[in-house]
Design a protein. Structure first.
Length: 185
């Protein structure tokens, strides 16, 4: 019998186009941190990510600016769409205590979604908060660190925003997804 529940561990991460990740031993590779031009924007790339508990599949979505409640409300339906496509009845999302996860706007959206899902037979959403100050409990955290190290640019390369997105999607084997504020209801 197929599982009717899907569990995802969710978190957000910033990927710098300039600063190299902290590493202790690089096997003799010399990394040069490039200084951004004064007029250069998008010095970092914000990314929502979720790792599925059963398959370890990653789902990424890139957002303009910083993560917030509005971007979270664009990301959650993407996860629900995956659950719908697989015929799931319940999706569990486990995340940290970020202010946008606990915001009144997000809690109200989840409550409204679940009420409608119960009436229509759609995928319901259960969110679970990790204990405070315990990032090591979230299995997505080490994935972020390994991803940052894997997509680094040794030398004086010009890592563009598009190149960084592409490398991250390839590394995490995820389709490129965007969160656009224009899609907000």
């Amino acid at each position: 019998m197929p599982r009717v529940t899907s569990t995802w561990w969710q978190d957000e991460c910033w990927f710098s186009r300039f600063a190299q990740p902290n590493a202790h031993d690089w096997g003799g590779i010399r990394l040069v941190e490039r200084e951004p031009a004064k007029d250069e924007s998008d010095k970092a790339l914000a990314c929502y990510g979720a790792v599925r508990d059963d398959t370890r599949q990653m789902h990424l979505a890139f957002c303009p600016g910083q993560p917030n409640s509005d971007h979270t409300l664009l990301f959650l339906p993407q996860l629900l769409d995956i659950g719908r496509a697989e015929g799931k009845r319940l999706m569990i999302v486990i995340w940290d205590h970020a202010s946008w996860h606990k915001s009144k706007k997000v809690r109200l959206w989840i409550r409204t979604h679940n009420q409608q899902a119960k009436r229509t037979g759609d995928v319901r959403l259960l969110v679970w908060l990790l204990p405070r100050k315990s990032p090591w409990l979230n299995p997505i955290e080490p994935r972020w660190i390994h991803g940052k190290r894997a997509v680094l640019e040794p030398g004086e390369g010009q890592l563009t925003k598009q190149m960084l997105r592409s490398r991250l999607c390839i590394y995490y084997r995820s389709e490129p997804n965007d969160l656009h504020s224009s899609n907000l209801c």
